[in-house]
Design a protein around this ligand. Structure first.
Ligand code: GLY
Length: 352
């Protein structure tokens, strides 16, 4: 078992260990002693697999547990679902000293975190991520949100959880494609700033998932501690995401987040080499790594279309866009670029 302490505006521990799900009651009890009322939030993919088990472990520890289960998928990450969740919390009488428990992937974690941050002006939230992506990224760092029709994550809050519990055993029930998607975010940490992680990943994720997941979380922790509110270095976590989000959008989300980020990272690395900002070994190394983890490497869209899609992001402002580029193996930096040079950047990255 590994523990990573995150010292943000609130400090909390992320605990990673195989079989930890069975211990969720005693783990939470060290943070919020029972009796308390918990709202266990999940979706209709994850709940049938784990909700009963988790609810049982929490009740055994002395908690009262209500459940809220919604339809799986990004389409549920809406203000309508959020209102239903707030109302469910109010109906069972959750008070300020009670807690929301998110059991699932990124959609569940983001939405439960936002509901907890706003219900009664803020109650505690405990995260139990069940996807690789949620374990290494979205459950840690306090970004919570729902989508609006105008774009993803447009309404949310920075609100840190009281704790995060990751049990890699649950990854065994993930569909292959969802697991592979998470691998892109794992790989990302190596190229942002963790060269030793790249060596671990050259062996196999399956050799030591606990160490690899814990290492990614510690990498994210180091960045979040420097810039919790995402005004500077936290943007490094977006390596591959400018191109990636454009690819997701142009594919009408048939290309998944991790696959799109994989292609986006490779484009950023190739463009950085073409601009003499990166050593040429990086794209070669990255392409081999993406192949090893069965992630795609070819961008199916034209550079101009990618730039237009990237620049239509409602959260972006001004005439420059901040990109993340690798500079050497295990090193990266932020690159402010005039928006009218973005299509050329993607062209240098290999898009037509
Ligand atoms: N997922 C990127 C971040 O937490 O900033």
């Amino acid at each position: 078992m590994e523990k990573i302490l995150v010292r943000a505006s609130k400090s909390y521990e992320v605990t990673v260990g195989c079989g930890l799900l069975a211990e969720v009651g005693s783990q939470l009890a060290t943070l919020l002693p029972p009796p308390r009322h918990l709202m266990l939030v999940s979706d209709d993919n994850v709940a049938p697999l784990y909700a009963e088990h988790v609810q049982g472990a929490l009740e055994k520890a002395g908690y009262t547990v209500s459940t809220f289960v919604f339809a799986a998928g990004e389409a549920s990450k809406t203000t309508d679902t959020l209102v239903s969740l707030w109302e469910a919390m109010a109906k069972v009488g959750l008070t300020r000293t009670d807690c929301a428990v998110a059991l699932g992937g990124g959609v569940i974690g983001d939405m439960t975190g936002f509901a907890a941050a706003t219900y009664l002006r803020g109650i505690a939230c405990y995260q139990i991520p069940t996807s690789l992506l949620a374990m290494v990224d979205s459950s840690v760092g306090g970004k919570t949100a729902v989508d609006l029709p105008q774009g993803k994550n447009l309404c949310g809050a920075f609100s840190q959880p009281i704790g995060v519990l990751c049990d890699p055993d649950v990854l065994g029930t993930l569909p292959e494609a969802v697991f592979t998607d998470g691998c892109a975010e794992v790989i990302k940490y190596g190229y942002i700033g963790d060269k030793p992680l790249l060596s671990l990943l050259e062996a196999s994720f399956a050799d030591d998932p606990v160490s690899i997941i814990a290492r990614c979380i510690a990498d994210k922790r180091d960045i979040v501690e420097k810039d919790e509110l995402d005004n500077g270095p936290r943007q490094l976590l977006n390596l591959g995401h400018t191109g990636g989000h454009a690819i997701e959008k142009l594919s009408h989300f048939s290309i998944t987040h991790g696959s799109a980020v994989a292609i986006g990272m490779l484009m950023a690395a190739r463009a950085a080499v073409a601009m003499d900002l990166c050593t040429p070994d990086v794209p070669t190394h990255l392409e081999a790594m993406l192949n090893r983890y069965s992630l795609p490497t070819v961008c199916p869209f034209e550079a101009q279309a990618l730039a237009e899609a990237a620049l239509s992001d409602k959260k972006r402002r001004g005439s420059t866009i901040t990109l993340v580029i690798p500079t050497a193996l295990g090193e990266s930096t932020l690159l402010p670029l005039p928006t009218d040079e973005l299509a050329d950047f993607f062209r240098k990255g290999g898009a037509r």
